[in-house]
Design a protein around this ligand. Sequence first.
Ligand code: GLY
Length: 380
Amino acid sequence: MGGDDQAAILVLGGGLMGLAVAHALARRGRTVQVLSRRRSEAAGFVAAGMLAPHAEGLQGPLLALGQRSLALVPDWVAAIEADSGLPCGLRPCGIVVPFATIADRDGFATAAFGEPLDRRGLERELPGLAPRWTAGLLFRQDGQIDNRRRLMRALERACSRLGVGFVEGAEVEGLDRAGDGTLQGVRLRTAVGERHTLGARQAVLACGAWSARLLPELPVFPVKGQMLSLQAPRQALGRVVFGPGTYLVPREDGLVVVGATSEPEAGFSEGLTPAGQRQLQAGLSDLLPEAAGWPPMERWWGFRPCTPDEAPLLGASPVPGLWLATGHHRNGVLLAAITAELLGASLAPGTPDPAAAAALAPFRWDRFRGQDPQPSLRQP
Ligand code: GLY
C-alpha cells in the first residue's frame, strides 16, 4: 500500500461491515484502505442472510434501526450491483414464524407487524410443516439476501472498482495514539510477519467478534453459531421459516441454509461439534420433517459479535478519530445498509450530520456504564 496517506480512512476489518462502510465512504469520494486479517472468518460469510427485524422479534431502538435498514436495502443493493456489475441475490420472499399455540403467536414481540396465520394458512405458506405448529405470523416485508455466495463478492468488487485499497492478511495489533489520546494510526503485522505503523487520523473499527482485542473497553464477545446447507427440490420452500432455535432460508436455486446454534459458552473455540450438528438436525425434523431427508451440502461455523444488550456499537469510540461499526450479533446482514449510511454521513468532512448523530445515539459504546453486563452471556 502506498505510504502513510493521512487523508485516507482506514477500515479495520474486511467483513461485511468493513466492506459496507468502505463502499459508502468511497461513494462519497473518500480515500479508503481496508485492512483485513482473514476474510473467510468474517461473520458476513457465515450468516444465513436473513433480513428479519420482525421475524427476529426485535424491540425498541434496535427494531427501529432494523426497520430503517430494511427500507434502505433495495437502494443499497442496487448501488452495489451497479458499482460491481454483480447480482447480490436479494430475495424479498417473506418470513413465516410458526408457533405451537395462538397465545404464543399473539404474544410475540412484533406480532402487530405480521399477518396472523392459522393452521390452514401455515399449510398454504409452508407445505409439509410439522403438525405441532398450529399458528403463525407471516412477515411479508422481511426477506433474505445471498450473503455467502453473492453479496460479499459484489461488495468487494464494488469497493475495488471505486478505488478502495485492500491489505489482506494484515493483523492490526494496536492503535497508535497521540499524547492527547487521538488516533494517529495503527500498528500492523503483515502476512509475511513484518511490523509497521500506518498513519491515519480517521479509522473505522469493524472487527466483529474480535473487536475487544483491539479496544478492550468494548463490551463485544463471540457467540458461536453452527450451520449447514441442504439441497432441496427447487421450489420446495417459497418462504424463510423461522422456528424457535432453527430456521430454514431457501435460496432461489434450491439451496437451503439451516441455522443456527447459539453458543456463548464456546468462546472462540473453532469447529463443528456433534451436539451442535445434532441440534440442527433435530430442529430441522421438528419444523419440516421431509427436509431431514434432503442431501446435506456444507457445514460451517462462525462467531457472532455480541454485546450485553445484543445491539450494535455504532459511532464514536473512546479514541477520538476512531469510529465503531461492530457488535451486530444476529442482525449484521440486516443492519449493514443503515450502518454504512450512518457511518458514511458521520465521517463526511465538515460539520457533523445531526440526523446521523441522533440515529447513532442509542448505540453508543458506553451505554452500559454502571450496568451489570449480563455475566451469564459474557465470556472470560
Ligand atoms: N440471524 C440469525 C443468526 O444469527 O443465527
